[in-house]
Design a protein around this ligand. Sequence first.
Ligand code: HXC
Length: 260
Amino acid sequence: PAYENIKIDVVGSKKNVGLIQLNRPKALNALCKPLFVELGKAVTDFDSDNSISAIIITGNEKAFAAGADIKEMQNNTYSDNVRAGFLREWEDISNCGKPIIAAVNGFALGGGCELAMLCDIIYAGEKAKFGQPEINIGTIPGAGGTQRLPRYVGKSKAMEIVLTGNFIDAYEAEKMGLVSRVFPVEKLLEETIKLAERIGTHSPLIVKLAKQAVNQAYETQLKAGLQFEKSIFYGTFATADRREGMTAFVEKRSPNFKNE
Ligand code: HXC
């Protein structure tokens, strides 16, 4: 399909990495509804494409995304938001079963920071800037910023970020645990592709189960999460890939996973 607000590509030496680039550079990739409809479709299509192992979402050097589109929502009323289920397209991202990695250069603000946090792993370029500046425009984060950010960085830092609207740089974000690694700007995408390729060497079936299990840590209390983990762990013993993985280890050879 021809997209207007994003660009998609399939990358990696095995052509198994789905790359999505947000592409509204003049608006610093502000996340308007048409962009999110396209992003949701691209993610859903890669998720159901058996040749794809992992998905990358990126922006450009100036901006990952500078937030929800302020011009688009400026005149919304409370009733409009409730009637339309404003931002409901965002759930397409959290419903994806495959790993999604955010490669963040430049601004990841407001909804841009929230989109990065909807992904499973965040890699950043040295010049990245994160923030939840909604408070500056008289609102609060609306796509997980008040819920996911404290789970990444703890209450005091999350409060500081949400209540001041101040930006944090890539190294601070790494120190806080929001970002897992920081790279020079021009190396970010290739390093992110390497990460996706590394994930792509594993059984897609087991990768999907592992992602579900880690996500339980964010979605349930510890006891329920541990029960979920145990049942997924037991469940891997019903798969051919688990048998192959352990057999290959014992036979001192590489596993040949079949996604079964
Ligand atoms: C609409 C935006 C935008 C946004 C930037 N632009 N951010 N348009 N929505 N979120 C547009 C500007 O209006 C401008 O358009 C062009 O992009 C370039 O931006 P400048 O401001 O000229 O760039 P610069 O001076 O470099 O400043 C960069 C910036 C600033 C610091 C990132 O643009 C900024 O503060 N943006 C808003 C950040 C923000 O508040 N985000 C949270 C949004 S609320 P023109 O046409 O003038 O060239 C939010 C709610 C989340 O995300 C709720 C759930 C999703």
